[in-house]
Unconditional design. Structure first.
Length: 396
């Protein structure tokens, strides 16, 4: 299956992340409902969900600047060090019923994942040939997703024995094991962390971010718009649909099954990545066209089976678009800017993910789920038309 030989460091980082994701898998599928239990509406849930993304938005540029200065391995370790505290915060939220611990957990998660994801993405770009980027990210997605799904399926049994917040404690030991594996990864020589912080802060990392964006061509800006859009609409599948299923059925096992369905597309990412490496523009067209059709269909779909199928196909579409974007952006950016580019891609997606839960939540609270789905279908059409009109900028 994997004819291209994956570098050893990539394999170690993939398995470290896999172990951490296994810990998350016992808890994450139920997380939307867990957060919803502390609120009174979709909009309030969106606000709590967005705490993570606001912190991520601030932390990712710093992580990107640091990754261009210091070892990407160190950046990953800083991110992983947050997860034991995230685990404890979710546990105390459930044990005490205090939403404050949800806020703390979401904030720590935003910071931790910013460093983990930016460091990991930069390490991949530094150690993988340009024409194998999407393929390698696809390899990572297949391995991590497969074991995450197995953990989620295990939670179908565990939820009968343990409380939801007790399952969050599994995140703690798996994160420590992941950190131990990352220590074995060899990384090139860089500045030490203290000097890296000094240079990043002395140069004004937010100022450098703005200068980086200012230097982007029209192709990069179009990719940025698409990334923003994906971040905005992805909440419909990974957050709104699970909550809606729970409202209609009151069944946590059904919510867990939806979580599995949402993760299944990741198992196809190696194949999708190979396709995206060969047909990057075509992948964007297929992905955006699919979103248009799927959101329009979702507006008229009430049954659990129908919603599961649409959630799965939405995941395939999101992943295909993201993999094509990874390949295009890596081609457009100089290697010494990979850290900043990785963080900016995450940040732009994150801005959409901050606004999406609140805006879509307000639409559902004020109008209906169907109306919100039709609005997203219309937005998909606009982005698709814009991509077709400007596709020459992506080829340059």
């Amino acid at each position: 299956m994997f004819r291209y030989k994956i570098p050893k460091g990539i394999k170690l980082l993939t398995w470290a992340t896999t172990i951490r994701w296994v810990g998350w898998g016992f808890f994450e599928a139920i997380l939307p409902v867990f957060i919803f239990s502390f609120t009174a509406s979709f909009a309030e849930t969106g606000v709590l969900k967005s705490v993570y993304y606001v912190v991520f938005l601030v932390a990712a540029p710093l992580a990107g600047m640091l990754t261009d200065k210091v070892s990407s391995k160190v950046i990953v370790l800083i991110g992983l060090a947050m997860y034991p505290f995230i685990s404890l915060s979710y546990f105390f939220a459930g044990a005490t019923g205090m939403a404050l611990f949800i806020v703390i957990a979401r904030a720590l998660n935003g910071f931790g994942y910013a460093f983990d994801a930016v460091g990991r993405a930069t390490y991949f770009r530094q150690n993988v040939p340009e024409d194998k980027i999407a393929t390698t990210f696809g390899y990572f997605d297949v391995i991590t997703t497969l074991f995450w799904i197995l953990a989620v399926l295990s939670s179908l049994y565990l939820i009968k024995i343990f409380e939801v917040h007790e399952l969050a404690l599994i995140i703690l030991p798996t994160s420590l094991v992941a950190m131990a594996i990352v220590f074995f990864i060899k990384d090139g020589g860089h500045e030490n962390l203290r000097d890296g912080f000094k240079h990043a802060l002395a140069g004004g990392f937010l100022k450098n971010v703005l200068l980086e964006v200012k230097g982007w061509g029209r192709g990069m800006r179009l990719i940025a718009l698409i990334n923003f859009f994906i971040g905005f609409v992805a909440v419909m599948s990974d957050f709104i649909i699970p909550i809606r299923v729970y409202q209609e059925s009151g069944s946590l096992p059904k919510v867990i099954l939806i979580g599995v369905i949402l993760a299944l597309p990741g198992l196809f990412d190696f194949r999708l990545g190979k396709f995206a490496d060969k047909h990057r523009i075509g992948s964007l067209f297929i992905g955006l066209s699919s979103l248009l059709i799927l959101f329009a269909s979702l507006a008229f779909t009430d049954g659990f089976i129908g919603q599961m199928i649409i959630a799965f196909l939405l995941g395939i579409s999101f992943n295909l678009i993201n993999l094509a974007s990874d390949g295009l952006t890596t081609k457009m950016v100089q290697p010494e800017h990979f850290g900043r580019m990785s963080s900016l891609n995450f940040d732009i997606d994150t801005v959409g993910t901050i606004l999406g839960p609140i805006a879509i939540g307000l639409m559902i609270d004020s109008f209906s789920f169907s109306s919100a789905s039709l609005v997203l279908a219309f937005f998909s059409l606009i982005i698709l038309i814009l991509m077709l009109a400007k596709k020459k900028d992506l080829i340059k």
